[in-house]
Structure formats: C-alpha cells, structure tokens
Design a protein around this ligand. Structure first.
Ligand code: ADP
Length: 239
C-alpha cells in the first residue's frame, strides 16, 4: 500500500544555511505522527514546506500520489493550528470557524451551521457568539482546532499547539485532540519538544535532529531502544 503523505528527498536552505538536509518520510492515512526534537532541529520548517508557506529547495511532497508543488497554501486542503492560535480578534468563534469555508465559497447559512457543529465537536457548544477575548486560552485553542478541521482537510498540522497552556489544560487538550482526531480519522502531524506528550499521543514518533530525521518508530519502540541518547536527554527536559 502506498503512503498517503510522502516526502521524498526534501531539502530546504535559507541562503547558505541548510535547515533540512534530505527528509524522507511516509505517513499513512489516518495516522497520528509526532515530530519530536529540540528547538532549531527542523520540525516547523518541515511543516511549513508541507503546508506551502515555504517552498522546498529540492525534493517532492505528495498527498495521495498528487504532487503539492505549484499549489498555493490555500489550495492544499491542509488544516493548521499554530501555538498562538491566530484567531481573528473581531470575529466571533463561529465566524472564525466559518472563515475557511467562506474562502471556499460556502454560503453563510450553510457555513455557519457547519461551524457551529464543529464547535460542538470540540466542546464549545454555546460559545459560538463569543469573541476570542471572551474565551480562555484553552477555549481559543479549541476554536483554532475547529477552524482547521471544518473544511475536512486531507491533513491536520499542529505546530506546538499546547505550548501556551498550563499543565492541566495541556493534559486535557492532549486527550481532546486525540478524541477528535480518532473520531474524524484525519491524518495528523503534531509538533512538540515534549517527549511525554509525544509518547502519550502518537501512533509514531519522528525524531528530528539538526535538520534530519534521526529515527521514526512507534512510541514504545523508541522508548525501549537503550542507545537512544537523544530521547534520554528529553526525559530531563520535559520535567
Ligand atoms: P524547530 O521547529 O525544530 O524548532 P525550525 O524548523 O523552526 O526548527 O528551524 C530549523 C532551522 O532553520 C533553525 O536553525 C532556524 O533558525 C532556521 N530557519 C527557520 N526558518 C528560517 C528562515 N525563514 N530564515 C532563516 N533561517 C530559518
């Protein structure tokens, strides 16, 4: 069976600096993959070239065997959640969630109905008419998640989405994200530098180091490999 998302020989340079050396990665449909690695190791850059916000310098990226080259970000059908949520402050929760549908020419009545259904799925029934400033950090995070999912994306990319939340909320959102991802079956890439989070959430962990993939394996396989100095380092870091 062929992979759903495939990166083949993806390289990204910024001037003379090589941010990504040669990334080969295959992700199955419905899989939840976590990119784990220290700051500067290339996790976000990899997401950005998948999303189309950065162009790969070399290599190919395909989804369902279709090349993403020459597709602008809005043409890629990819949902993204950033650490800072990036909600429109003057739009209500429902209007924020409706926005990507509006961009896809879905009419307001149908689009707002879908937006409200998605808000319900993320646990925000009754909050549709609130502005972002009237919501807590965790609730804003849920709105951002609903906005990324409402147009049934081929891929969901989550770039350190829990980084701004306190420990309790973080754990709650880990469970929520997994519940919603399973329910929708959406192929997901989750970026974190928190090893515990990666261990508890992922079907597979892809460990980045210096712009390269150091290893990719199921959480328990990574954990049990005694030679994994890198992961051992993280145990200290995540506490
Ligand atoms: P991570 O997400 O793992 O923290 P990044 O992918 O953000 O790492 O960054 C990888 C490397 O690429 C870093 O050294 C970073 O400084 C560099 N980098 C990322 N974006 C740019 C850019 N637009 N211009 C120059 N260097 C960049």
């Amino acid at each position: 069976m062929s992979a759903y998302l495939r990166l083949a020989g993806v390289n990204k340079t910024f001037g003379s600096f090589t941010a990504l050396g040669h990334i080969d990665l295959e992700v199955e449909k419905g899989e939840f993959v976590t990119f784990l690695g220290p700051s500067g190791s290339g996790k976000t850059t990899t997401l950005m070239v998948i999303a189309g916000f950065e162009q790969a310098t070399k290599g190919e990226i395909t989804v369902a065997d279709q090349s993403l080259a020459h597709l602008a970000p809005q043409e890629r059908n990819i949902g993204i959640v950033f650490q800072n949520y990036a909600l429109f402050p003057h739009k209500t929760a429902a209007e924020n969630v409706y926005f990507p549908l509006q961009m896809r020419k879905v009419g307001k009545k149908e689009g707002m109905k879908k937006a409200e259904e998605m808000l319900e799925l993320v646990g925000l029934a009754g909050f549709a008419h609130r502005l972002p400033k009237e919501l807590s950090g965790g609730q804003q995070q849920r709105v951002a998640l609903a906005r990324a999912l409402v147009f049934e994306p081929d891929l969901l990319l989550l770039d350190e989405p829990l980084g701004a939340l306190d420990k309790n909320l973080r754990e709650q959102m880990q469970i929520e994200i997994k519940r919603i991802q399973k329910r929708l079956g959406v192929t997901t890439i989750f970026v974190t530098h928190d090893q515990t989070e990666a261990m508890s959430m992922s079907d597979r962990i892809v460990v980045f180091s210096n712009g390269a993939i150091e290893q990719a394996a199921a959480p328990l396989d990574i954990y049990h490999r005694p030679a994994t100095r890198f992961v051992a380092d993280f145990i200290g870091e995540s506490n």
